[in-house]
Design a protein around this ligand. Structure first.
Ligand SMILES: [Zn+2]
Length: 387
């Protein structure tokens, strides 16, 4: 008796796959490797070479999936990127189990349904279809699929992968499948997060003169930085911003604090160099503050009038029936990590789901958009590898 391997099982329906992905608990780095192995299984069967990039040595589950169809290919490939982790559920009660993967009224419900397991399911299914077609036709072109872990914590997975440019092959263009309501977006601001620290000397607060109050030093630093602003702006990305976002100091009411920590979040546009910005913050803050760069990712901007972007718009419109307006994302994505490696790489952010539903209670993604996303990705892949 022979066992028939069910191809239906290996080539899941895109919506079934999105439901299955929602059922994996992948809050902030949990179970990432488990779900990525689940995705690697059909990808390897279809001909992809899969490897895992562990981005946190202390936690083996924290990983990204790197899938390459023909790594030996020298021609420019298409790069597809997404992330598998989600934010926590929050405290409010959900109408449906956030891990249930329930479909109701044409909506896939659950944490990560919109941001961005629906997009990952559509990317994976499109990649599987391309691999099987390539196998049948004997085409040996590379397709690069990266499914990252750790995006929500600060793009840890993609930033780690970006330290090894060879994982990306030779990309000629990229799609990052974050939810955009199926409107191709041409970039987003960069981020530069700084932590400033002041140090002092602890003392009993009844004798403040015996100590050196790190909180007071930091308040002077913060006052100087309150007026710090960035002049740069961009026609579609908007104005660069700087905001003080947290201040921590002191342990109790009756001690002089010996340290204080302040965070500054800057969102940048193409132009000013991040190292220059950090230097200018240091000058404004003065000599009392030690500055550490905790996150540094470039802005992403792809000119919408590039021929490839015009094709992305046309192929998207052919599926959705809507002429997509030309704009950028408000949120930050793993595209910045790819851009750090390939500063000229054209990247569109394009995926199913309403970005306003990311991270909310009762997050959902319209099932119709998941199917439309698959059609769009397949069209974009066919367009890239035509001829
Ligand atoms: Zn996301």
């Amino acid at each position: 008796m022979t066992t028939v391997v069910s191809k239906a099982k290996k080539m899941p329906d895109v919506v079934d796959l999105a439901q299955e992905l929602v059922r994996f608990y992948t809050v902030l780095g949990e179970n990432e490797r488990t779900v990525l192995e689940y995705l690697a299984d059909p990808l390897e069967d279809a001909g992809f070479s899969c490897s895992f990039d562990a981005y946190d040595e202390a936690y083996p589950q924290r990983a990204s999936l790197i899938a390459r169809l023909h790594p030996e290919d020298e021609e420019p490939s298409l790069y597809l990127g997404g992330h598998i982790d989600t934010v926590p559920f929050g405290n409010a009660a959900w109408r449906h189990d956030p891990l249930g993967g329930v479909i109701e009224d044409g909506r896939l419900c659950g944490r990560g349904s919109c941001d961005m397991k629906a997009g990952v399911a559509a990317l994976v299914r499109a990649a599987l279809d391309f691999a099987l077609e390539s196998k049948a036709s004997g085409r040996k072109r590379d397709l690069v699929l990266h499914i990252y872990g750790g995006e929500e914590g600060g793009c840890f997975g993609s930033r780690h992968a970006a330290q090894r440019p060879e994982l990306f092959g030779k990309p000629g263009a990229g799609i990052v499948a974050e939810p955009t309501f199926l409107i191709p977006l041409y970039g987003h601001k960069g981020a530069l997060w700084l932590t400033l620290r002041t140090a002092g000397r602890a003392a009993h607060s009844s004798m403040p003169d015996k100590g050196d109050n790190a909180l007071l030093s930091m308040l002077r630093v913060a006052a100087r930085l309150a007026d710090f602003h960035l002049d740069a702006s961009h026609s579609l990305l908007g104005k660069a911003t700087a905001a003080l976002t947290s201040l921590h100091s002191g342990l109790n009411s009756n001690s002089i604090p010996d340290k204080a920590v302040l965070t500054l979040d800057m969102r940048t546009v193409p132009g000013p160099d991040h190292a220059d910005l950090a230097r200018s913050v240091a000058e404004t803050a003065g000599p009392d503050a030690q500055i550490e760069v905790v996150y540094d990712a470039p802005s992403v901007w792809t000119a919408p009038d590039l021929p490839w972007c015009a094709r992305v718009r046309a192929l998207t419109r052919a599926v959705t029936g809507v002429e997509p307006e030309v704009r950028c994302a408000d949120f930050f994505t793993d595209a910045a990590s790819a851009r750090a490696v390939f500063p000229q790489l054209p990247i569109c952010i394009l995926g199913p789901g309403d970005p306003a539903l990311a991270h909310v209670t009762d997050e959902f993604c319209p099932v119709e958009q998941i199917r439309a996303a698959l059609r769009i990705y397949k069209a974009l892949i066919a367009d890239w590898y035509k001829g």
